[in-house]
Design a protein around this ligand. Structure first.
Ligand code: SF4
Length: 363
């Protein structure tokens, strides 16, 4: 792979970060036909090659010209952890020394990949391991796309990624342009990866203007981290609630252009003694009335330093039943990969604390 070195004099860009029209313009400026763009993208996104050399139906001159200006790939694998339940967590290294997490989640009927959109996160949710890093920087479009390509390349039996969730490190809508650009490449059925937008979910804390834009511009599914419908509790868990209150958020949800057959997903992390009372469930059901939605209940996955704990199983069940009894479609999502610190940001912290330095060496 022509992975860009940390050499600051290497100014080449990852080619997978170019849109179709940017690549066509680059070819056009060299007197080359536009169909070459489809050919190059086919190699990158369908055959997932990791070098220009492998693009054997391009002339040697074109391959050299491409390699002079671009790289293929923007990530390296620093760590790979496999859970007892089959989930695989990657800690990908970036050219500037940053790291992001990506999780491969196999289920009987699908493989879901959870991708990151920022290095760290600046939104400060109190239950989140990534928040403790603060925001280091936004990922580029290429770095988001490359998480999918790299994870797919590394699947030994060729199982294809069928679903994508933007729920890794960072807030996708705080990095709107790169996220949107990556979605274009990932969903492009003609010369991109061709993953249906119906199989993609973007998760947000609820940045209202970007949320509306996303629903107007794409056909992906929307998941909103709600976690409480009480402003006092939600503001304590998620400082963003001081900017966009629960009522503003829910009002926005009522007016979003959600396609007829789709529902907004509300993610509700159940934290013992914080938001898991039956009164919380009843209030939640009441506030969601009239919104075409479903609720995912996620028992909190405790991690060091969080100060929160997971409710008892019976509490989780009762909370779910209370919602269902009030007509809310509800699923309980069991945390995957507990043994490999699969909640976002946890692997990063564990790696940092590891003797001999975090990110050395495990490929
Ligand atoms: S939960 Fe998401 S938005 Fe909140 S701090 Fe963590 S990564 Fe950021």
């Amino acid at each position: 792979m022509s992975f860009p070195s940390s050499d600051s004099t290497d100014t080449r860009r990852p080619v997978e970060g170019l849109s179709h029209s940017e690549l066509s313009a680059w070819l056009d400026a060299r007197g080359l036909p536009a169909y070459r763009a489809d050919q190059i993208r086919g190699w990158l996104f369908r055959r997932r090659v990791d070098s220009f050399e492998a693009m054997t139906d391009l002339s040697r001159r074109l391959r050299q010209a491409l390699a002079g200006e671009f790289t293929v790939g923007s990530l390296s694998v620093h760590r790979r952890l496999e859970s007892r339940d089959g989930s695989v967590k990657y800690l990908f290294g970036l050219h500037d020394g940053g790291v992001v997490e990506t999780v491969w989640i196999p289920e009987p009927d699908r493989v879901t990949l959870c991708v990151s959109t920022q290095v760290g996160c600046g939104l400060g949710c109190t239950f989140c391991a990534t928040a403790r890093m603060g925001l280091k920087r936004n990922l580029t479009q290429a770095e988001i796309v490359d998480q999918v390509l790299e994870a797919q390349r590394r699947c030994p039996d060729g199982t294809r990624i069928s679903n994508l969730v933007f729920m890794g490190m960072g807030e996708p809508l705080a990095n709107y342009d790169a996220t949107r650009g990556a979605l274009d490449v990932i969903t492009d059925a003609r010369s991109g990866m061709g993953i249906s937008p119906r199989k993609i979910t973007v998760s947000t804390v609820g940045l209202l203007p970007q949320m509306r834009r996303l629903m107007e511009e794409t056909r992906v599914n929307l998941a909103i981290s709600l976690h409480s419908v009480r402003d006092s509790t939600r503001s304590e868990l998620m400082p963003v609630n001081r900017k966009y209150s629960v009522s503003q958020l829910l009002e926005c949800c009522r007016s979003l252009p959600v396609p007829r057959r789709k529902r907004i997903t509300f993610e509700y992390l159940l934290i013992s003694g914080v938001n898991d009372l039956m009164a919380d469930a009843a209030e939640l059901a009441g506030k969601l009335r009239g919104i075409r939605c479903k609720v995912n209940l996620i028992p909190f996955n405790p991690h060091e330093g969080s100060g929160y704990s997971r409710p008892k199983e019976a509490v989780v069940e009762r909370f779910g039943e209370t919602l269902r009894a009030r007509g809310i479609q509800t699923h309980v999502r069991r945390p995957r990969g507990d043994d490999i610190q699969a909640a976002c940001g946890q692997l990063y912290h564990a790696a940092e604390a590891a003797p001999g330095g975090a990110l050395r060496g495990v490929g």
